[in-house]
Design a protein around this ligand. Structure first.
Ligand SMILES: [Zn+2]
Length: 186
């Protein structure tokens, strides 16, 4: 017979659970058995999760290629935009081994009211070129309902040799505040 080191309830092999001393997602593989299921899940929720899902830790996990329980290496740099053009959204994609794969332009249709009608800007990744006719078709269908005429103003193909991506992100510093208690309500 042994006890849960947190709530001190008596445990047997059926009620004990495996607790990773260092979270699995950070590469931890040392485990203890003397924690009950309930305390283990609280530790996961209030201790492990805020730690491993923190932006700074995710960035480090990405550099070290440390996957979580899902087997996926986190990519906190995934969503951003081309420097100087916040409307040009990009996705920084990694392969399954956590190695950089490509910077992908997220398809976007931007509508703008102008004196003579509406200007539509379509931003597409080169790899999505075949989707352009479908997108134009959809826009044309809507234009017909409004009895509008469509005219191609310009088409620009941009190739950037070393694109720079910008990203906005937030840190939850509250989680690191000494004033934060684990669970104020319960
Ligand atoms: Zn317990």
């Amino acid at each position: 017979m042994f006890r849960c080191i947190i709530c001190l309830r008596e445990l047997d092999n059926a009620t004990a659970s495996e607790e990773h001393i260092f979270p699995e997602a950070l590469g931890g593989n040392i485990t203890i058995k003397n924690v009950c299921r309930e305390c283990n899940s609280k530790l996961g929720r209030y201790v492990d999760a805020p730690l491993i899902n923190n932006w700074l830790i995710e960035a480090k996990r990405m550099l070290l290629c440390l996957p979580g329980k899902s087997g996926k290496i986190p990519n906190p740099l995934e969503k951003g935009y081309i420097a100087g053009d916040p409307q040009h959204e990009v996705r920084y994609e990694f392969d399954s081994n956590g190695k950089p794969k490509r910077l992908y332009t997220v398809p976007k249709v931007i509508r703008e009211e102008i004196d003579t009608g509406e200007r539509i800007r379509i931003i597409l990744d080169k790899s999505d070129e075949n989707r352009l006719p479908i997108i134009l078709e959809k826009i044309a269908q809507r234009a017909k309902n409004k009895s509008l005429k469509m005219e191609l103003l310009s088409r620009k193909e941009v190739h950037v040799e070393h694109p720079t991506m910008e990203q906005n992100f937030t840190f939850n510093l509250w989680l690191f505040s000494p004033l934060t208690t684990l669970d104020k309500k319960s």
